[in-house]
Design a protein around this ligand. Structure first.
Ligand code: NAG
Length: 160
């Protein structure tokens, strides 16, 4: 026989567990969006490199990495300096970092009443407090072309 209180404790534990899993797996950025972000930032060149302190295919900065909760590749400690470059230079770890960053800072930057890839591209490049500014031309043109091509490819696939 279950007592009423043990059932309540069980349900509470279950609820917290489910909430925790949801928080862990929240991934606002679509796969297509990630690809277009790295296209615009680095041409998705996965050679380990830092440019002015911004590392990896998504050119992630130390501040973003810390702000996102210091994701690490397996075996690294979140407390060592090399963990940042190791994570930023690992596409999966870097993507997880960006997902977490957008869970925290995602917003509608261009006032089109949706929070979407375009906003994430702006937030990542210009920062969450400056994302309403115009994107630099070279970044925006690659980013937009990539998204447009992806949308076309998706439509073609649906039509077939
Ligand atoms: C990728 O980046 C590295 C380091 O910056 C560079 O040497 C290499 O030429 C790049 N590869 C391509 C295909 O652009």
């Amino acid at each position: 026989m279950y007592t009423r209180s043990s059932l309540l404790v069980f349900l509470l534990g279950l609820t917290i567990g489910v909430m925790w899993i949801q928080a862990e797996t929240q991934q606002p950025i679509t796969e297509t969006c990630l690809v277009c972000m790295c296209q615009a930032l680095s041409g998705c060149n996965d050679t380990a490199v830092c440019v002015n302190g911004a590392c990896g295919i998504f050119r992630i900065t130390w501040d973003q990495w810390v702000d996102s909760g210091r994701f690490t590749i397996e075996g690294d400690s979140p407390l060592t300096d090399s963990s940042f470059t190791n994570c930023a230079n690992d596409p999966i770890c870097a993507a997880n970092t960006l997902q977490s960053y957008m869970v925290k800072y995602g917003q509608d930057c261009n006032d089109d009443e949706t929070e979407d890839c375009y906003d994430y591209g702006a937030i990542h490049y210009m920062g969450p407090f400056n994302c309403k500014a115009d994107m630099p031309y070279s970044y925006e043109s690659v980013f937009r072309r990539c998204l447009r091509d992806a949308l076309r490819a998706e439509k073609r696939q649906k039509a077939n």
